[in-house]
Design a protein around this ligand. Structure first.
Ligand code: GTP
Ligand code: MG
Length: 146
């Protein structure tokens, strides 16, 4: 892949690291993310960085190494932790990803509504890291930016 990485942001437990593993075609279980985690062409971030404004500067600085930003929203969660239009503050392409669409408590309409607060106009992908639904489509869309 050409220069630039894909950076994932989103709340604690929203499925960023599991999605990272699926995009890298790994099946190993993931651990709680403790710090910025450079994995091949992906930069995985701890959910705390999205939940605590103290870390926003760090996210912004790290995004300079990235070409694509994935804003992750858990389909089972009905709240937004990021500020309105947060993705607009990043100088790179932003895409939305709704994770856990396989989950019995998933509410895709609600998740999309919540994600739109952060990402008003950009494309939103729906994925499951369990069934792998939507993963290859997301990977193909990302590759289109490289
Ligand atoms: N059902 C279901 N569970 C998922 C999916 N993706 C992740 N999970 C589960 O959600 C939990 C959190 O996943 P992580 O990938 O660690 O979440 P994270 O966003 O990296 O969390 P932090 O590192 O704390 O920021 C784990 O128990 C995963 O197994 C999915 O697509 N479907
Ligand atoms: Mg993680």
């Amino acid at each position: 892949m050409k220069k630039g990485k894909v950076m994932l942001i989103g709340p604690i437990g929203s499925g960023k690291s599991t999605l990272t593993a699926r995009l890298l075609e790994e099946s190993s279980p993931v651990l709680k993310t403790q710090s910025l985690n450079y994995r091949d062409w992906i930069i995985d971030t701890p959910g705390e960085y999205s939940e605590n404004p103290m870390f926003y500067r760090s996210l912004m600085a790290t995004s300079l190494e990235a070409r694509v930003l994935l804003v992750v929203q858990d389909a089972t969660k009905h709240f937004q932790v990021l500020p309105p239009n947060f993705s607009g503050g990043f100088p790179i392409v932003a895409l939305g990803v709704i994770t856990k669409i396989d989950h019995p408590d998933a509410d895709l309409m609600k998740a999309e509504q919540i994600l739109r607060q952060v990402l008003p106009f950009q494309a939103i992908f729906r994925v499951s890291s369990v069934t792998l639904a939507g993963i290859s489509e997301l990977r193909a869309a990302i590759l289109g930016y490289f």
